[in-house]
Ligand binder design. Sequence first.
Ligand code: BES
Ligand code: ZN
Ligand code: ZN
Length: 459
Amino acid sequence: MSDTRQSKTSKATPIHLLHESRFDAWLSSASPLIQNWVAAHAFKAASGKHLVAPGSDGAIDCVIVGVSDPMILWDTGSLAKALPVGSYALAGDYSPAEGEAALLGWLLGSYEFDRYKTAAPATAILEIPSGIDAKQVNAIHDATRLVRDLVNTPANDLGPSALAAAAESLAKEFAADCKIIVGDDLLTQNYPAVHAVGRAASDAPRLIEMTWGNPAHPTIALVGKGVCFDSGGLDIKPAAGMKLMKKDMGGAAHVLGIAHCIMALKINVHLKVLIPAVENAISGNAMRPLDVVKTRAGITIEIGNTDAEGRVILADALARAAESNPTLIIDFATLTGAARVALGTELPALFCNDDSFAQDILAAGDRAADPLWRMPLWPGYRKMIEGKVADITNSPEGGFAGAITAALFLERFVPAGILWAHLDIMAWNVASKPGRPEGGEALCLRTMTDMLLTKYGRT
Ligand code: BES
Ligand code: ZN
Ligand code: ZN
């Protein structure tokens, strides 16, 4: 990961963050040259617009940036790539929250997936605004880069073994414990469902288990779907549906990113991260339609469709997470196309077995400008996941309410009494927006970090 932390220089160009309502007052005390320049460009400081203003020598004097009220991080999201390469610094009065938002938006907008580019493009740099909590901004920025890099890396360089190596390197950075169970050991150690989905791939399936923090703190378990490529299996996806499926380990990337935030900020929790890492591939030993798969919890699964593989591997990981008797379990998964049909690509679907916990998450989403939407664990649809020859099916007939029935399937593996949230996420920007370049994306990472910080605090 490249270090893009901003450094101080003396020749930084001033950036004026201005809401439309404050713009006229600011302009009236600016130089006639700047007043003329603003008039010539009919610039009104609408949010998302900026104007580079020259001095009398033709060099850049300052940059005027229109922002929202209240300011949000995306107001500065396009500047790192839009402005001439150089150093910039916030000018005038701003609150610590505004300074943090401005820096975070700028940093997130500077992201470029450059692993395979022979020359990495330079971006404009923002000095660290004074009075802000740079530690939190840096943690979120580093974690978001980690998620984006992992999701963007193609499956030929990010199979289950490489995903496990990424988890091990994160664990090493923060002196966490990391155990990995590989291949046929999954059978002897009772992870039959992870093995069934991943056994056809040449890069063997594995279960990644990371542990960090003081065991006296509340245990929280993060579980992430790590399907490094989802071909669909024998129920193979058509080309258009398969194309983006390097991102099907987005849930795993999210739990590593959130783990990064928890460990970097030393949040007062005892952390467990569980990632079933597989490739859903096709071979002579691939899982077939109507195979019956055993799970760690003892519940049997009828494979109605080999393309509904995420819930099958998560069954074993959730059962394992429950064994550590956690206060709460949160899982992240690029689980269903149906969640995208219901809420689009930008809004993760939240399913939660507790109203007050759901409220905590939604409130954090509002604070972090990182929204998500709650959907129901509707009991009336439980009958849809009943199996014909096994206990449950991974692919209900008809396909209606696909995101809900997938969540109800996962619910079967979470014992009553444990707070549980399930996030069905896209993990991908289908088009670039300020601060959010097209490609792999962390969704609800800021939300979860905020929720955990609010609930547990940090040392
Ligand atoms: N990884 C996909 C879900 C997915 C597709 C997420 C596109 C985001 C964008 C998952 O494994 C899958 O294929 N699910 C099927 C389930 C169905 C066969 C019951 C789906 O959603 O169509
Ligand atoms: Zn699938
Ligand atoms: Zn999948």
